[in-house]
Design a protein. Structure first.
Length: 55
């Protein structure tokens, strides 16, 4: 299998690289959503604090 083995290895390496990139993207999205969540929580606390002061 002199021809198919190198082709399969190349396809495997390409798939592995694509999967690694997908995992990195998922981690990046997760970090962005975590930051958004933290920002919304902070904003909520600030709104609550300012509303309580006005009452």
């Amino acid at each position: 299998m002199q021809q198919s083995s190198p082709a399969m290895k190349a396809a495997y390496e390409k798939l592995t690289a694509s999967l690694q990139q997908a995992v990195e993207s998922i981690n990046s999205f997760a970090m962005q959503f975590t930051k958004i969540k933290e920002s919304v929580e902070k904003m909520d606390a600030e709104i609550a604090a300012s509303t309580n002061k006005a009452s």
